[in-house]
Design a protein around this ligand. Sequence first.
Ligand SMILES: C[S@@+](CC[C@H](N)C(=O)[O-])C[C@H]1O[C@@H](n2cnc3c(N)ncnc32)[C@H](O)[C@@H]1O
Length: 276
Amino acid sequence: MSAIQRWKSMVEAEHAQSERMRRHEPPPIDHWRPYAQQFRVDPRRTDDLLVNRLIREVQAHQTLLDVGAGGGRLSLPLALNCRHVAAVEPSSSMAEVLRQQASDSSIQNVSLVRAKWEDAEVEAADIVLCCHVLYVVTDIERFVRKLEYNARQSVLVVLYNSAPQSQTYPLWKQIHGEDRLHLPSLPEFQEVLCELDIDARVEILPPQKPRGFDYREQALEQLGRRLYLKPDGRQMAELESMLPDLLEEVEGTLVIRGSQPLEPGLVIWRPKGTQN
Ligand SMILES: C[S@@+](CC[C@H](N)C(=O)[O-])C[C@H]1O[C@@H](n2cnc3c(N)ncnc32)[C@H](O)[C@@H]1O
């Protein structure tokens, strides 16, 4: 199987497993609504290692396309360091967080394109950024080729070394009696790039501690949703009884005991035919 086919079959298998656990309930219209506020962060923060690293890739006169911009966690600080950012974001709740945060922070050089990347009509930019989006993209070749096509200077992709929810994967066996099927992440992406004949540089960035939960009820609610449990069902009660052993407090937040930090990789390449 080719790397591109393998990527597709991993995404499809994971989605099919989710679908089965949802027991034919329709998927939410906006998957990100319960999480969108977590992507609201101060655009002028100075202690974010990823932002500080990305700022080194942009110059004041340049334009940037942020594909899957979410709540503007990266678009907004980068907008403070370049001429213009076009933020492509299909989720209405995420787009609302971005819009509100831009307005509250008086950042005016950001425009929002409310569409999936596959359908988005955009103008090319000097730099195209795509951070923590690709894990769920089925047609990876088409998506990546469009990133390249719209980049005049460079493409920057950020992905973890394993899928963002991999901390919760061990719970699947305990609650559902089956292993969670893995989404593809950085290692599979590197194989895809190889197959697409894209010569990229990969820089492993400092590990990020697990996001965690602010309090116990939030942990129960979010983990229950990740595991597709009915709020008042038997499995939810089972999960609740597991929480005291499952969670530990680290620096004021609750995290899954023993969960390893995720390592982000920054993948950078210049599309063929662009100037050095
Ligand atoms: C984990 S969030 C990351 C947001 C932001 N890049 C960051 O790092 O904070 C993933 C975002 O990708 C968006 N997304 C998912 N599929 C997409 C697609 N096909 N085209 C564009 N955006 C997409 C989601 O709506 C969500 O806002």
